[in-house]
Design a protein around this ligand. Structure first.
Ligand SMILES: Cc1cc2nc3c(=O)[nH]c(=O)nc-3n(C[C@H](O)[C@H](O)[C@H](O)COP(=O)(O)OP(=O)(O)OC[C@H]3O[C@@H](n4cnc5c(N)ncnc54)[C@H](O)[C@@H]3O)c2cc1C
Length: 473
């Protein structure tokens, strides 16, 4: 069967499955709960619902294959929400902000234990996360964050010496940095396909190549696909980038932008020479962060967000193709690791990442029907947060009153972007300013005042600014 351009993760995961068995929806079914979207969010939600209420009937319908969206092609970097703590706190308050930090940190072990229990080999290596400074403007960037996390007794970050940072990252480009042992990397497509198999084993019915075309918002909800339909009492929308196609009232709540990635050929010995032998996630401190990690079979992966912004949040064709900035990413890789200069890049790819104005996801109910709930806006930080999203959405669908359903995360979008064309034009203006600013900073030069002001707007739309306010030479 032909599949559209996919990440090496997804190709590897499908290969492991051997003959693909695709169950398409071609009849008219009844169920208690129907979930649209078979990525991390849809699958974790279904699994949590079944765990809480084993007798309940759950159907997932997926327009392509489970994991063919962001879940099967992301960087596999497990990064908790702790670095966003200060920004989140300002919007949802201290208690909710603490809750999301604690729960996304706990998700590392929860996912690991879940995989172990259910025989999912997602190549999890929980060796932590390191944010490094590549110029003087980023030195000491986490001091205020750490103070705040410490005051709230939820800090896992520590500043390392320059020597230690260079030792852990294998890169002389880093001159300072912060490390947390909570986090690491995994193979995302093996995880999502493993969750699919587990879900089926637990009695959850999954229909692939069965996209939802429409639904009605009545008491008895009916979702229509090309060849069939599902009648249900509760509907959960877990469609990520595609959400506004069924929920247009959410179209101003996110901006869709690519996250772009490259992967090298196997270079195990070179990685050993660099000291890169574990699953540590390494990031720089730019607004649109470079992130990199190795794979257990000795490849290096590097990615960066914030390149292609789509107009009107359309999931454009280029999101399903090679990265348009593969050359730039290769240059970045070489600048971190000059010894990898002649290494072959075996593939590049990208995908749509939905950024909210607040920088964190939101959950909510359809304004006209409380039986329809949704999750949206993981903002490039979904591997761990989708696990928590499963807790939240399952609670909403089962009408539980708990710390999540009563939290500010379940009040829908808390901030909106301007309408088009201003959203797209603004995004391009800010993206280009951030690029100019960071290019000059890399050369240890002062950025232009106007670009600094424009970059501040990126911070106000949920990017984390790891720049220290005052730089003293
Ligand atoms: C290239 C890239 C790199 C990333 N790197 C990281 C990272 O390293 N760490 C991290 O934490 N996060 C990362 N992210 C973000 C993370 O991948 C996402 O937040 C997460 O996968 C979202 O999961 P989801 O289930 O909500 O969405 P998805 O996995 O996108 O699932 C949504 C599903 O809905 C389906 N769908 C859409 N329309 C319909 C329809 N009409 N009917 C039925 N089904 C439909 C889609 O086919 C898709 O399978 C990255 C994202 C991208 C794109």
């Amino acid at each position: 069967m032909e599949h559209h351009y996919q990440s090496p993760w997804f190709i590897e995961a499908l290969k492991e499955e051997g003959d693909l068995k695709i169950n398409q929806l071609d009849s008219h079914l009844n169920t208690d709960i129907c979930i649209i979207g078979g990525g991390f969010t849809g699958l974790w939600t279904a699994l949590k619902i079944k765990e809480k209420k084993p007798t309940i009937n759950v159907i997932i319908i997926e327009k392509d294959l489970c994991g063919s969206g962001a879940s099967g092609r992301n960087g596999g970097c497990m990064i908790p929400q702790s670095t966003k703590f200060q920004g989140i706190k300002k919007i949802v308050g201290l208690e909710d902000a603490k809750k999301i930090v604690i729960s996304t940190e706990a998700a590392v072990n929860n996912i690991k234990n879940y995989c172990k229990k259910n025989n999912i080999d997602a190549q999890i290596r929980d060796d932590g996360v390191l944010y490094g400074a590549t110029n003087k403007f980023h030195k000491g960037a986490f001091e205020s964050l750490i103070k705040d996390l410490n005051e709230n007794k939820i800090n896992s970050w520590q500043r390392l010496s320059k020597e230690k940072v260079q030792h852990l990252t294998g890169s002389a480009k880093f001159i300072d940095g912060y490390y947390s042992p909570i986090g690491g990397s995994l193979q995302p497509a093996l995880l999502v396909r493993g969750l699919k198999k587990t879900a089926e084993n637990k009695g959850i019915k999954i229909y692939e190549k069965s996209g939802a075309l429409s639904y009605n918002g009545k008491k008895e909800i009916i979702i229509k696909t090309k060849k069939g339909s599902v009648k249900c009492n509760k509907l959960i929308i877990a469609m990520n980038a595609w959400t506004p196609t069924l929920l247009p009232f959410l179209s101003r709540s996110v901006i869709l932008v690519s996250s772009d990635m490259i992967i090298t050929e196997p270079i195990k010995n070179k990685l050993i020479d660099l000291g890169l032998t574990n699953g540590l996630v390494i990031l720089d401190s730019n607004l649109f962060t470079h992130y990199c990690r190795t794979t257990p079979d000795g490849k290096m992966i590097l990615g960066k967000g914030g390149n292609t912004f789509s107009f009107r949040n359309k999931v454009i064709d280029s999101f399903d193709g090679p990265s348009t900035i593969a050359k730039y990413l290769t240059k970045s890789l070489n600048s971190f690791y000059p010894s990898l200069k002649n290494i072959k890049i075996s593939k590049s790819w990208n995908g749509p990442s939905e950024r909210t104005k607040t920088g964190f996801p939101f959950f909510g109910y359809h304004p006209k029907n409380q039986n329809i709930s949704y999750a949206f806006g993981y903002s490039g930080n979904g591997v761990l947060t989708c696990y928590v999203g499963g807790d939240i959405l399952s609670s909403m669908a089962l009408e539980e009153q708990n710390e999540w359903t009563e939290s500010n995360f379940c009040k829908g979008p808390l901030e909106l972007f301007p309408p088009e064309p201003f959203r797209w034009l603004g995004a391009m203006l800010i993206r280009n300013a951030v690029r100019r600013k960071e290019k000059l900073q890399e050369q240890e030069k002062k950025p232009w005042w106007i670009d600094k002001q424009l970059a501040k707007l990126a911070v106000s739309v949920g990017r984390v600014d790891f720049e220290k306010k005052e730089v003293k030479n």
